[in-house]
Structure formats: C-alpha cells, structure tokens
Design a protein around this ligand. Structure first.
Ligand code: PEP
Ligand code: MG
Length: 314
C-alpha cells in the first residue's frame, strides 16, 4: 500500500480508473512564487493579481505589471497560468480609485463591476498580460472575478480577445452565474468556481464572519448543488469547469467535486499531494457515488460524515 501511495503522489492528477483531473495551485504574489513553482502540479489555476494594485497611491503602469506577470509565466514555463484580472472593491479598496460610499460593499461595485466602471484599467491590465505572454511560453488564460450575467462573460471574453489573449473565462462566485452557467459559458471558454465567495453569496453570510462559519462550510449541500449545476453546463458545452476556492484543497471534498463533474482543482500548494493521493484511490464512479451522498444530505456536517464513512481509507 505504501508503494502504491508513493506511486500516486506525483505526476498528473487522475482517478483510479484514469480520468484526468488537473491539479493546479493558487498564488497571490511574488512571495509565493518559488515554492509554488516547485510544486508538482500542472500550473497556476488562480493568480490573484491584487498584489500589484493594493496599498498603492497610483495605478501600476503597464511596464511594471508586465514584469510582474512575466515573472510568474517564467516560473511556470511550459505550464498553464490562469490570471484573474483585478478583484478589488469590497474588502480590498484601491488607494487610487474613489469607491464612493457603499452601505454593503460585498454587494457593491467589486471585481469585474469595478472594471466596467473603469474600463481603461482593465484594458491596461489585459495589455500588460498579453505583452508578458509574448516573451514567455506559459499557457496563459485570463478570467474575470465576480461575474453575474452571460453578457458580462461575453463582454469580458471579447475584450480579452481584442488584446490577443486566446483563452478567456470567468469565475463563478455569484449564484446567478451558476444557475445560468450554460448561457454564461456560451460567451466564454471556461469557468472556475470560487467556492469562498459562492458560499458567501449563496448563504447571504459574510465570509469574514467567524460566527457564520457553519453556513460558510464548503460541504453545504446547497453550495455543492451550484457546483453540480455549473459543472454539468461545462460537460454539456465541452468547456472546462474547475474549482479554485478553498474547497478544492480538502482531499475528501475533492472527491465530491470531481464526482460533481469538475475537471480541475486549484488549491494552496501544500494541499496538492494529498488531493492527488485521494483521487488515485477512487474511480470516477466512486467519486460520483460520494457526490450523491453529499448532495442528498441535509447539512454540511451530515454530508461530510456520509462521505467520510464511504470513502476509501487513506
Ligand atoms: C473565491 O471566492 O473562492 C476565490 C477563489 O476568490 P477569492 O478568495 O480571491 O475571493
Ligand atoms: Mg472570490
């Protein structure tokens, strides 16, 4: 068993019967880069670009941004890097933008909504990503945060393509986008589910409120239902749907996510090895059975208990 585990602890992610699941890492700045790049993974599933913009008195120029992105692309040469465009607003205000007074910032002008208000900022960022991509051989994808409608997805993808960026998708973090995933995906190339925000908006529970942790538990069957809905739309359209929220790094929950139909998992680098081992111990059909057990549970605790009782021991 030990030998089998070692054999399963490197290389591309796959289930016991060989269904491939891309294992990717989330990174949030240059500080994470060396450790992340040394991780045995297929690339970056979520590059949070806020590190270039926060705590600044002025917007970073195109050349500076280009260097920041090029460093990541160089570290992941030959691998995939999914760059998320700026996700500011709400808890991440910008020093060089007047956000105005918002009584409910999490429900206000954040993520792509801020880019719609300031299109030149998004254009500068996309131009810098495109320029950095020219110098490097990473497989660069771009995606927008906080997308709510099919029109937003289509407009973002069209804008990315005008900059010469060939693969453009969206994060699914708002229940409306999950419910209408089929139409959202019709206008772009892929979706990546952000379970942190999707949980917050599904349960109307502030993700920073420790008191509401039970509602924000990624095992909540209602959240998993929205994952199922989004993944099914991806399967139908033949377009990739991944998960890049914290849920993806829980080995037991990763089985459920794969059973629900997602094709990639992006997580903190230290989580990758355990997720790879868990997947290698289960067939896709077993993952689907575990997903059913979770979906038909009444609450998060019951969902986790049922799956833990039926998954193969690690
Ligand atoms: C998420 O919301 O799940 C996500 C991955 O984005 P962030 O945590 O950066 O909001
Ligand atoms: Mg988010």
């Amino acid at each position: 068993r030990r030998v089998a585990e070692l054999a399963n602890s490197s290389g591309p992610g796959r289930t016991a019967d060989g269904a491939s699941v891309s294992l990717l890492v989330n990174i949030g700045g240059a500080g994470d880069l060396a450790g992340a790049a040394a991780t045995d993974c297929e690339g970056v599933g979520l590059l949070r670009t806020e590190f270039l913009f926060l705590d600044r008195a002025a917007e970073p120029g195109r050349a500076e941004q280009r260097r920041g992105y090029a460093d990541v692309f160089a570290a992941f040469a030959g691998r995939k890097v999914v760059v998320r465009t700026l996700d500011a607003g709400a808890d991440k205000p910008l020093g060089f933008v007047d956000h105005g007074a918002e009584p409910n910032p999490a429900l206000g002008v954040r993520g792509l909504r801020l880019a719609v208000r300031h299109p030149a900022m998004l254009d500068e960022q996309l131009a810098a990503i495109a320029a950095a991509r020219e110098d490097q051989d990473a497989d660069v994808w771009v995606m927008a945060p906080m997308v709510s409608t099919p029109a937003e997805a289509r407009d973002f993808a069209e804008r990315a393509k005008k900059h010469g960026l060939p693969v453009a998708g969206v994060m699914v973090e708002v229940p409306a986008a999950a419910l209408r995933a089929e139409r959202v995906l019709a206008g772009c190339d892929f979706a990546s589910i952000g379970t942190n925000d999707l949980g917050q908006y599904t349960f109307a529970a502030d993700r920073m409120a420790g008191e509401l942790a039970g509602l924000l538990d990624p095992w909540q069957p209602a959240l998993l239902d929205l994952v199922r809905c989004t993944a099914a739309a991806g399967t139908e359209a033949g377009k990739p749907v991944g998960v890049c929220g914290e849920a993806a790094g829980d080995p037991l929950l990763s089985l459920v996510l794969v059973g629900l139909g997602v094709t990639s998992l992006s997580m903190a680098p230290p989580a990758v090895a355990a997720v790879r081992v868990a997947l290698a111990a289960h067939t896709l059909a077993q993952c689907e059975e575990l997903a059913d057990l979770a979906l038909t549970a009444d609450d998060a605790v019951a969902a986790r208990d049922r799956v833990a009782a039926h998954a193969r021991p690690r």
